[in-house]
Design a protein. Structure first.
Length: 252
């Protein structure tokens, strides 16, 4: 890999006394590759995202915010930080610096405490997003079920790479870790909906339907019901649920 895309650090191992550890009369040095995340944990002002842009909840969302805050004791209302950030993101489309500052003021928190939350959790998108956020899972179970073909099909159809938005602002593509639907791998999330048991052809069909203004039915492409076996259910087939005393020893 070229030095322009990967920083190589030289780590010199030292003893507890601070002297370099030597091997064959030479300092023991290890070369370590430092990988860079595509998401910065800092804020950079842009014309679309800066503190001068006003934000406040709509009347409907303000009522929702009050209901959320009421779930917490007054001295712990800062516990509502995460759901309020999510509410702000759903209203604006992303978690801007103005959303963070508004939530901080609403909860009486130092803004830095809100920034810490928003930069830690990947659920908060801190840059403008497309109307549909495509999250392609490439963790081990999906990888074993050929999630690479899903990612390649999405990139080829939309002409964007992870972290990019289509020119029409319809889609933003992300590569993510486990979304908790391993039994239905490979899968993607489109906003809040899961599309599972996917094929490369199937994911392109989903994207085309969205582009035509339709909302595809979420769930497995294979046609199975949620995560039941492909060959159908094998257990709990009786019409009535089992009763504990009927299937356990009486002395237990």
């Amino acid at each position: 890999m070229s030095s322009s895309s990967m920083l190589v650090r030289r780590l010199t191992y030292v003893s507890r006394q601070g002297a370099p550890i030597r091997f064959n009369n030479k300092p023991f040095v290890r070369r370590v590759q430092t990988r860079f995340s595509h998401a910065l944990a800092v804020h950079r002002n842009t014309p679309e995202n800066n503190p001068s842009i006003p934000f406040e909840f709509s009347p409907e969302n303000l009522e929702r915010a009050k209901e959320i805050i009421a779930k917490y004791p007054p001295q712990y209302k800062k516990g509502a930080c995460m759901p309020l950030l999510d509410l702000g993101q759903r209203q604006l489309g992303f978690t801007s610096i103005s959303v963070m500052n508004y939530v901080a003021k609403l909860l009486g928190m130092p803004p830095m405490r809100v920034y810490e939350v928003a930069t830690f959790y990947t659920m908060y998108n801190r840059t403008p997003m497309g109307k549909y956020h495509l999250q392609v899972c490439t963790t081990t179970p999906c990888q074993l079920c050929n999630s690479d073909s899903i990612m390649e099909a999405v990139q080829a159809h939309l002409g964007v790479k992870p972290g990019e938005t289509t020119p029409d602002n319809l889609f933003t593509l992300s590569e993510v870790e486990c979304l908790g639907a391993c039994v239905n791998a490979p899968m993607i999330a489109v906003n809040d909906d899961y599309y599972e048991d996917l094929t490369a052809e199937g994911v392109v069909k989903i994207l085309k339907e969205i582009q035509n203004g339709k909302v595809p039915k979420p769930g497995p492409e294979s046609g199975r019901d949620t995560c039941e076996p492909f060959s159908g259910p094998k257990v709990l087939l009786s019409k009535e649920p089992y009763s504990g005393p009927d299937v356990t020893r009486s002395d237990l």
